[in-house]
Design a protein around this ligand. Structure first.
Ligand code: 5GP
Length: 202
């Protein structure tokens, strides 16, 4: 019998290193990473269907109306949402799935699916966050300031999460998340069939 996969929901301010850490997690273990839909324009070398599904406002609204999204939220003037089918299919196949989404969406998912694991990734401090956003070089000063402001707002939600991981170094933060996944997969509440497995009944 196949166990249902874990759902990892990773949030954190823009510039906290979520994208890089998700890449590392994928390189180390077999995670399925959901690709979100967004009304934001592609940034730098971003490609449709790889980094995001880039959609018009109308197309996005159509996805909402058709209940194609597991959750969606507005962030700094753009809409972002998680396509439902991919996530449910992968989890049913026993795959661990990662959503890299902001706080409003993360809390919606937790309400729908309390077994989801909420992880909040934070940069070491505000100064470092500003530096990372500037060094990224993909946004102008105004957009960077908006994201820093939003980061401070998002930090207010840390207490609603299950885990907080400080991204001092990519390697350490990646290992920390893998430890969380390992411990979560061993929770008794996730292993209710263990007696039957032990007796060879399934
Ligand atoms: P960015 O524009 O930097 O790619 O993303 C902005 C924010 O939107 C990030 O915090 C990112 O995690 C979040 N985000 C990306 N995809 C989704 C999604 O499907 N749903 C929600 N709620 N947030 C998302």
């Amino acid at each position: 019998m196949k166990k249902q996969g874990l759902l990892l929901i990773i949030s954190g301010p823009s510039g906290s290193g979520k994208g890089t850490i998700v890449e590392q997690l994928k390189a180390k273990e077999d995670f399925s990473v959901s690709i979100s839909a967004t009304t934001r324009a592609p940034r730098g070398a971003e490609q449709d269907g790889v980094h995001y599904f880039f959609r018009t406002k109308e197309e996005f609204q159509h996805m909402i109306d058709n209940q194609e999204l597991l959750e969606w939220a507005e962030f700094c003037g753009n809409r972002y949402g998680t396509p439902r089918t991919y996530v449910t299919e992968k989890m049913m196949q026993g795959q661990n799935v990662i959503l890299e989404i902001e706080v409003q969406g993360a809390l919606q998912v937790k309400k729908l699916y309390p077994k989801g694991i909420l992880i909040f990734l934070v940069p070491p401090n505000l100064e470092e966050l500003g530096r990372r956003l500037t060094n990224r070089g993909t946004e102008d000063k105004e957009a960077i300031n908006r994201r820093i402001h939003r980061a401070l707002e998002e930090m207010e939600f840390v207490q609603e999460y299950d885990y907080v991981v400080i991204n001092d170094t990519i390697e350490q933060a990646t290992e920390d998340i893998l430890s969380i996944v390992k411990a979560e997969s061993m929770k008794c509440s996730r292993n209710k069939e263990i007696k039957k497995i032990f007796k060879g009944e399934i």
